[in-house]
Design a protein around this ligand. Structure first.
Ligand code: PMP
Length: 359
């Protein structure tokens, strides 16, 4: 068996210890005589897994009882529609901040349900920076303000939130659990699992309970956040194996010392990689240094004609999936919680050698 360093943006690398534990429990979960995939979602065994995943997430992010934790299906892309469908009821519009490709997709879906007020956009800067929050044209009578604090494709991240009385709804798909956040500042957080949480198939939603009153009975039953909360995410069969894996990842994260400890590692990992890129004339990162993502590090080569060779040779060196998103090209190293510092060091060593051979 030979595992490589996997820089995929998602589905992304999982902690090896988690995969091994899942492997050991695959045929017979805790004496049940079946795998988690084969047990009823209403069984006491699976109910205990669901409760454990929820409790661990609440501890890891210090989530208060004012919030519901939901496990939802359909990917974060479904939430782009499900959020305005649930939460604009009784309102004329919703505010969206546009900082890149994923904000843009969320805006496109929201327009199918409500009037969208794009409060600011960094599109003219090619999404290399974040608009100044002081300049946002916020309509305080809107349903909410939607933000995407880590743009996975662009490699742009911001930690602060705009000052507003509107509930802030954040797509944290590619940054959840990588840094400390104050959940009480958000109306709702959602995140597709397949980057920092587990396999694809489940979306983590953390929603302030008072917002559930907005969800209308006319919504499809399985789309209604209030129904999902009332039924503990089990209106129908939930993605049981994905929730089980998420629980194992949460357990692993607790063993690492929790979010604060992994954040320190993430800061160190991102710093060495950006420092290396900045010190080189051969590689470059286009993002405003104040807003560089700790999770997704895009970079270009001074000579773009070397890109395919870079990808071929890096793959052969055991550094997998370094190609940038198909919409932007270039390279991108996604370095979520499960990527160890040794993976960053191996990447830098390869980049240095490649530069020496081709500069
Ligand atoms: N939001 C962000 C920030 C993402 O990175 C992604 C996936 N890369 C999505 C939404 C869409 O997720 P999904 O493919 O699960 O619909």
């Amino acid at each position: 068996m030979s595992r490589v360093y996997n820089f995929c943006s998602g589905p992304a690398a999982l902690p090896e210890a988690v995969l091994k534990k899942a492997q050991a429990e695959m045929l017979d979960w805790h004496g049940a005589g079946v795998s988690v995939m084969e047990m009823s979602h209403r069984s006491t065994e699976f109910m205990s897994i669901l409760a454990s995943a929820k409790a661990r997430l609440m501890r890891l992010l210090d989530i208060s009882d004012d919030y519901e934790v939901l496990f939802v299906q359909g990917g974060a892309s479904t939430l782009f529609a499900q959020i305005p469908a649930n939460l604009t009821n009784g309102f004329d519009s919703a505010c969206y901040l546009d900082t890149g490709a994923w904000s843009t997709k969320a805006i496109k879906e929201a327009k199918k349900y409500t009037k969208v007020n794009v409060v600011a956009s960094s599109k003219e800067q090619n999404y290399t920076t974040v608009p100044a929050f002081a300049d946002l044209e916020l309509d305080e009578s809107a349903a909410y303000l939607h933000v995407c604090p880590n743009e996975t494709i662009g490699g742009l991240e911001f930690a602060d939130l705009p000052e507003t009385n509107l509930p802030i709804i954040a797509d944290l798909s590619s940054t959840i659990l990588s840094r400390k956040i104050d959940v009480s500042k958000y109306g709702m957080i959602y995140a597709g699992a397949q980057k920092n949480v587990g396999p694809a198939g489940v979306v983590i939603c953390i929603i302030r309970k008072d917002l559930l009153a907005r969800c209308s009975d006319s919504l499809p039953t399985v789309w209604n956040f209030a129904n999902l909360a009332a039924n503990d995410s089990m209106i129908n069969t939930p993605p049981t194996f994905a929730i089980y894996l998420a629980d194992l990842v949460f357990e692993w994260l607790e063993e690492q010392g929790g979010v604060e400890a992994i954040e320190a590692v993430n800061i160190a990992k991102a710093k060495v990689l950006y420092d290396f890129i900045d010190a080189s004339d051969f590689y470059a990162n286009p993002i405003d240094p104040a807003y560089r993502s700790r999770m997704n590090v895009p970079f270009t080569l001074a000579d773009a004609s070397l890109e395919s060779l870079f990808l071929e040779e890096s793959e052969a060196a055991g550094l997998r999936t370094l190609a940038g998103h198909r919409s932007v090209g270039g390279m991108r190293a996604s370095i979520y919680n499960a990527m160890p510092m040794a993976g960053i060091e191996a990447l830098i060593q390869f980049m240095r050698e490649f530069e020496n051979r081709h500069a």
